[in-house]
Write a protein that binds this ligand. Structure first.
Ligand SMILES: *Cc1c(COP(=O)(O)O)cnc(C)c1O
Length: 456
């Protein structure tokens, strides 16, 4: 089946696993805009950030200059349990589509948390432990981040408090149990256990919660408990840095067999997997060494890059976090109730936002029924049951491969398969029962949300 001795799955040797994370900001001419203190509107200082985040992670967050940051041996040891992850040639999908395109996917679902999120969770837990903290707090939506963080915390013997968006807490009891099995405590958000939670419940009784709201609660819990800090699974510069291990491995695997991709595609929620996957390729692009077409894929129901505003906004609903400049739909934006495919954060990583504003990457939005069509098509020929989030990237990879069929071009397409979808069967059930519908917010709805953007 394979050609030119390129294996079906490219596995790097353990010794070929990256020793450094790559910090794309070091090569960016236009640096991402700094986080601002919402009270003073001045850039957040290391000291201010240190009240919320671990010290070493603050350094990484603010580092716009160093391109390479060594991966501590303890983190590499943990990575070795599930990395290097395979880069797989989707021969069966290509055949099924009848395309001359060559399709590869980098598979990050091969660990219990089922996604790439463990790459950053283990790094964040390591630095918390090194600082002598008792524990960390966080939020989780669908539950992948909370699961990854509970695994990482149990490895380093840290306490882990997870605020889980209430609707997911109720709809995804198994995720919750995985977290508890790894020793985390899981609280449905909004909850009565924080001031901001009580405030939100009073204003919106019966709300099923949102990520932005759970973030506010987790931050409050961290800053009001001695020996705790807050950790976040996406959006931040430090998370993109840790996720660069995905891109570094992908590039090493492609280089090993002399394969040059034309197109790199990833799904984008807060931007961490995409930022990580594209980082070394974007680095080459920024340094003028190579060119690639890079495509971010987002849900049409939560279209921050394709329809959002590039502006300073709150990262959370309770407005306790610093302001970030990003493509945003407004911090009060909540995707419509029928949205089932994940990627529901209102904003986008400020690093990716700057790269997008500079025209260095593209973005597309796709509707969820089309996403699940692609997920099903992929599962049936490639075997892996993809996470709905990952299926956004599959959708565009298939669309591009079909275009190649029409034009006869044999482009090389690489996409990120961020995880597996075993805990998303309620969404698959809706799709299989023909009960899934699409909802695209109207311009008027978005304008109403933009009106709440802070005046900076
Ligand atoms: C969290 C998650 C995403 C989206 O998050 P990013 O920070 O945009 O990468 C995508 N896929 C899976 C499987 C996830 O768990």
């Amino acid at each position: 089946m394979s050609e030119n001795n390129i294996p079906y799955k490219i596995y790097l040797e353990e010794s070929e696993m990256p020793r450094n994370w790559y910090n794309v900001r070091g090569d960016m001419k236009n640096k991402p805009a700094p986080l601002l203190n919402p009270a003073t509107l001045k850039p957040m200082t290391a000291k201010e950030l240190g009240a919320v985040f671990c010290d070493e992670l603050v350094q990484q967050e603010l580092d716009n200059d160093n391109c390479y940051i060594p991966i501590p041996e303890e983190i590499r040891d943990f990575y070795k349990m599930y990395r290097p992850s395979p880069l797989v040639r989707a021969y069966c999908l290509e055949k099924k589509l009848g395309t001359p395109a060559k399709i590869y996917y980098k598979f990050e679902g091969n660990n219990t948390s089922g996604s790439h999120k463990l790459n950053s969770a283990i790094a964040q837990a390591y630095y918390a432990k090194k600082q002598g903290l008792k524990g960390v707090t966080t939020e989780t939506g669908a539950g992948q981040w909370g699961t990854a963080l509970s695994m990482a915390c149990s490895y380093f013997d840290l306490d882990c408090k997870v605020y889980m968006v209430k609707v997911s807490y109720e709809q995804k009891p198994f995720r919750r149990e995985v977290m508890r099995t790894y020793g985390a405590s899981v609280t449905p958000s909004p909850s009565e256990s924080t001031e901001v939670g009580r405030r939100i419940l009073e204003k919106h009784p019966g709300t099923t919660g949102s990520l932005g709201c759970a973030i506010s609660e987790a931050v409050e819990a961290a800053t009001s408990t001695e020996g705790y800090r807050y950790v976040l699974g996406s959006v931040l510069n430090q998370v993109l840095l840790h996720q660069s291990v995905i891109g570094m491995e992908t590039k090493a695997a492609l280089d090993k067999y002399n394969i040059k991709p034309d197109m790199i595609i990833g799904c984008a929620g807060g931007g961490s997997n995409l930022g990580g996957l594209i980082s070394p390729f974007m680095g080459e692009k920024l340094r003028g060494e190579a060119d690639y077409q890079i495509i971010a894929v987002e849900p049409a129901s939560c279209p921050s890059l394709t329809r959002g505003k590039y502006a300073y906004d709150f990262c959370d609903t309770g407005m306790v976090c610093p302001l970030a400049k990003m493509y945003t739909l407004g911090s009060n934006f909540i995707p419509s109730a029928n949205h089932a495919g994940g990627l529901r954060y209102h904003g986008m990583s400020s690093t990716l936002s700057q790269l997008y504003a500079d025209g260095l990457m593209e973005a597309r939005s796709v509707e969820q029924t089309a996403v699940f069509d692609a997920a099903t098509q992929f599962a049936r020929v490639e075997g892996i049951l993809p996470a709905p989030e990952s299926a956004h990237a599959i959708r565009v990879a298939i669309d591009e491969a079909v275009k190649c069929k029409e034009t006869g071009e044999d482009k090389t397409i690489v996409f990120g398969l961020t995880g597996t979808g075993y805990f998303d069967m309620v969404a698959y059930q809706k799709y299989n029962d023909g009960e899934m519908s699409d909802y695209i917010p109207t311009d008027a709805e978005l304008e109403a949300s933009f009106a709440t953007l802070p005046k900076v």
